[in-house]
Design a protein around this ligand. Sequence first.
Ligand SMILES: Nc1ncnc2c1ncn2[C@@H]1O[C@H](COP(=O)(O)OP(=O)(O)O)[C@@H](O)[C@H]1O
Ligand SMILES: [Mg+2]
Length: 132
Amino acid sequence: MEILKIEQLSKIYGDGESAVKVLDDVSFSIQKGEFVEIIGPSGSGKSTLLHMLGGVDRPTRGKVFIENTDIHALNETQLAIFRRRQIGLVYQFFNLIQRSPSIRMLAKVSSCRIAIKKLVRRRRQAECLSPR
Ligand SMILES: Nc1ncnc2c1ncn2[C@@H]1O[C@H](COP(=O)(O)OP(=O)(O)O)[C@@H](O)[C@H]1O
Ligand SMILES: [Mg+2]
């Protein structure tokens, strides 16, 4: 059974003179139970291909079928639901957390609160221990 099928997939980043064609008419299919490695030098387009297969970015041209669903024909909401239920992506780096200023800020506020709580606790302990 064909679990994944890619048809004439192309991805171009940017446009005009700065356009970079990273995927150029890629087609292949993977059967259920197959174990597949994508290998190539750094910058050759492995992550770009995975982003198209995982539905986290849209191809410039071509189609990605996962169990016969043309995932890039889905709208954003349908694709988000499909991704949540059908696809697992493990990132090389924790990009989503590192790049979020709000999460960084939250972490700072939390560690600040913990530090303040510790100081207050130490002060209370010191007050209890010191002779009046
Ligand atoms: N969001 C982007 N915008 C512009 N160029 C990109 C973007 N992502 C990747 N590229 C370029 O596409 C090429 C392939 O990158 P990538 O898919 O990350 O390769 P790999 O994962 O094989 O190292 C590189 O030249 C990279 O600079
Ligand atoms: Mg990569």
